[in-house]
Design a protein around this ligand. Structure first.
Ligand code: AKB
Length: 316
């Protein structure tokens, strides 16, 4: 039995592969991506918008679980909405079709807080708030959630997903998201001591540190089906503004200077929840985040500084 990870060289994928290999054994987890990365084998080059190549890899490795992470994020999606639709919806449909025809039992789908639009309560946005996104990324994620539900009911594929908030990670930077500032600020703080933020200082958004993000996906897929009232769950760990994360980083790097120059991503952030109610995830499958803002900042800085020190001590 094998597990396939698509988008394995991306922000979440690159770390999820390691976590899954540790849990289920390295040979059982097939990493795949459109371009070669530096992930150890088994690795397959895979364009998920091409159904036949998904079919080939799934058959070759007798894949039974797919973590489908390949996607275009919100900011990139607003710049090329057609591509966002083709990649996000087209590839999910390919994965679900291959799943139902080739004996895949479970599929994981990363949804997003972007499924919500400006017409819902923006604080502690509930699980069942209506889904009226104003971005193409959000439209593709709502469509994805509906497809997850449809394939589960109609074909019996066990599709589960999480509405991820912004994810902060130290290994692979995100690309093309609206919450990317919360990763960029760490690199800028450690390397230059200054950062220009593309969101306003008071823009509050829900966020999560990578170890919680990985654990949530694994715990959701391992939860007994009978416990799940929803296919896709709200989850969160913390909410903060650019001003608040800068203040927390300054506790470790007092000289950090941050300028605020909001661009087109401000409108995207303004259409999203400020915080999320994840009580159904807590009640149904025991979800609980471990990292809050101070813990996350401390761990991120320790990791980035550790890497910097290693680079400086390596002879060129
Ligand atoms: C993005 O900013 O696009 C993503 C997300 C919140 O889904 N990080």
């Amino acid at each position: 039995m094998s597990i396939l990870v698509t988008g394995a060289t991306g922000q979440i994928g690159s770390e999820l592969v390691g976590a899954l290999r540790q849990r289920y054994g390295a040979d059982h987890v097939i990493a795949s991506a459109r371009r070669p990365g530096n992930l150890p084998a088994p690795f397959e080059l895979l364009d998920v918008t091409d159904r036949s190549t998904v079919e080939k890899v799934v058959s070759q490795y007798k894949v039974r679980v797919i973590y489908h992470l390949a996607a275009v994020l919100s900011a990139t999606g607003e710049q090329d909405p057609q591509r966002a639709w083709n990649v996000n919806v087209g590839s999910l449909l390919n994965v679900l079709e291959v799943a139902r025809n080739h004996g895949v039992h479970q599929v994981f789908f990363p949804s997003s807080i972007a499924v919500f639009g400006p017409n819902v309560p923006r604080d502690r946005t509930p699980q069942e708030a209506c889904l009226n996104p104003t971005t193409m990324y959000g439209v593709t994620k709502v469509t994805g959630e509906l497809l997850c539900d449809y394939y589960t009911r109609k074909y019996g594929v066990d599709v589960r997903g999480l509405r991820y908030p912004g994810i902060i990670s130290s290994e692979t930077p995100p690309g093309g998201g609206t919450t990317d500032y919360a990763v960029e600020i760490f690199y800028a703080a450690v390397e230059k001591g200054t950062y220009t933020c593309f969101l306003r200082e008071d823009t509050r958004l829900p966020m999560m540190y990578m170890p919680d993000c990985l654990r949530a996906a694994i715990e959701l897929l391992e939860a007994p089906n009978s416990r799940l009232r929803y296919r896709v769950y709200n989850i969160t760990a913390m909410s903060f503004t650019p001003g608040e994360i800068a203040a927390e980083i300054r506790k470790h790097i007092p000289g950090l200077r941050v300028e605020y120059k909001p661009d087109f991503r401000q409108a995207i952030a303004d259409s999203w929840p400020r915080s999320i109610d994840d009580s159904p995830a807590r009640d149904d499958w025991g979800w609980k985040a471990e990292y809050n803002l101070p813990q996350m900042v401390q761990d991120m800085l320790a990791r980035l500084r550790g890497r910097q020190a290693k680079l400086l001590s390596t002879p060129s």
